[in-house]
Design a protein. Structure first.
Length: 440
């Protein structure tokens, strides 16, 4: 989420444990609100994180009129509106529909698509994935079977730079150097090579093949990793479906990489900022819309990319200064780039602590950087959780800081060579660096 991460491989299929769900998933949407301790919560799916300026203004209006006044970014580039009063669901849906943010009520929770946020704005991608994004979202909303996908099923569109490789998406489409695309399922197994033109259709076909595989196996899985099939067995099933739909393909080794977000600052024809703990106030949102030209792109790392084609260097510098002045991260040296947290208290009844306040206090004390004595852990992201569910935690290597039942926190390192079950206590968040130094 907050730093370069490696993708975690699935266990071999012979050791995998299939998960059969006896109910639909409870992921909130805009039509199905979640009751939290700070009021109802709506999760607005933003495919590719792309918002027009009018849509951004509509979201700001919705949270100011109906919610807590802030917009909360998720690890999938979506937006949560929190603190909603009882009975406001219909008004919220009306606002979002008018803004074009609710194109299909039957698909509103399944439009989970992340895309390389700098695609088309710098020179590092192999192609601009925006046509893929539009085509996949349109096809997804037109597919009746796709309504059965869970609200957790994730599509990823990578422009070839590999920035989404570690997100463990259920379906990943990645541009290849030969002008085609690689289609991969989950985080293990071989991949399928398709033409760039067929990539969006192939991604939807893969999702529908996943649903068929679950029904055939008598399971109700939410994610690819939960299927009883081995990784290559599912790839084989997807290949059969592609053949049936007239989509040419061939099997190939999967390309790997590490998940990473854009560094804050001016990049190509864009400005990139990081949002501390993913919470955007009204003044911050106004400055973002003021600096952007035409649209905003929310990232899976709780950041925002602002396209600024044709803008002079002076104006870009001025815009970054205004964004910095309202508390957004505009440079690569900030410790906030390593720190994330779940909502914690008072928003979540399951949380044992106000993790955001504690994370902020630790950072203010200089402990979040773990710069002294933390050795090889100093580059890992830190994620603070109010309970063992670790909602919203980043994939791959990290330091988990989890509120303990007895008070305080327990620390563990999630990385190769470390036993995740081994934890060390942290009674005072300001001592985080010292405690990390105790972990070999």
């Amino acid at each position: 989420m907050l730093a370069a991460m490696s993708s975690a491989a699935l266990r071999p299929s012979s050791q995998a444990t299939a998960v059969s769900r006896d109910r639909g998933d409870a992921c909130p949407g805009t039509l199905r609100l979640h009751a939290a301790d700070d009021g109802a919560l709506a999760r607005v799916r933003i495919p590719g994180g792309v918002l027009t300026l009018s849509q951004a203004e509509a979201l700001a209006d919705a949270t100011q009129r109906l919610g807590d006044g802030d917009l909360h970014l998720t690890s999938r580039g979506n937006v949560q509106v929190r603190g909603l009063a009882d009975g406001c669901g219909a008004e919220l849906a009306e606002l979002l529909t008018a803004a074009g943010l609710l194109p299909s009520r039957g698909h509103e929770r399944v439009r989970n698509i992340v895309a390389s946020p700098l695609s088309g704005l710098d020179n590092h991608g192999l192609l601009d994935v925006r046509p893929w994004l539009s085509a996949l979202d349109t096809a997804l909303c037109a597919s009746e079977p796709a309504q059965a996908l869970s609200g957790r099923f994730l599509f990823a569109l990578d422009d070839g730079r590999g920035d989404l490789a570690g997100l463990e998406a259920d379906v990943t489409v990645r541009a290849t150097a030969d002008g085609g695309a690689q289609l991969a399922l989950g985080s293990a197994g071989r991949a399928l090579h398709v033409s760039a033109q067929d990539a969006p259709r192939a991604a939807l076909a893969a999702a529908e093949a996943f649903l068929e595989a679950g029904r055939a196996g008598g399971t109700r899985a939410w994610r690819v990793a939960e299927l009883a099939l081995g990784a290559d067995e599912l790839t084989e099933s997807v290949g059969h479906r592609l053949t049936a739909e007239g989509i040419g393909h061939e099997r190939q080794a999967r390309e790997t990489g590490r998940s990473h977000g854009p560094s804050p600052g001016a990049i190509g024809d864009a400005l990139s900022v990081h949002v501390p703990l993913g919470r955007l106030s009204a003044p911050q949102w106004r400055e973002l819309t003021r600096a952007a030209l035409g649209e905003l792109r929310l990232t899976p790392w709780r950041g925002v990319v602002l396209p600024t084609p044709g803008t002079t260097a002076v104006r870009r510098t001025e815009a970054l200064a205004r964004l910095d002045a309202v508390g957004l991260v505009t440079g690569p040296g900030s410790p906030w780039l390593r720190v994330g947290a779940c909502i914690g208290r008072p928003g979540c009844a399951k949380s044992r602590a106000d993790v955001r306040a504690d994370a902020t206090a630790a950072l203010a004390a200089g402990a979040a950087l773990a710069a002294s004595g933390a050795g090889r852990h100093q580059s890992l992201p830190l994620y603070w959780s109010g309970c063992e569910r670790r909602c919203g935690h980043p994939r791959g290597e990290r330091i988990d800081v989890v509120a303990a039942p007895e008070g305080g926190y327990r620390l563990s390192v999630v990385a190769p060579g470390h036993d995740e079950a081994r934890t060390v206590p942290l009674d005072d968040p300001s001592r985080l660096a010292d405690v990390l130094a105790e972990i070999p």
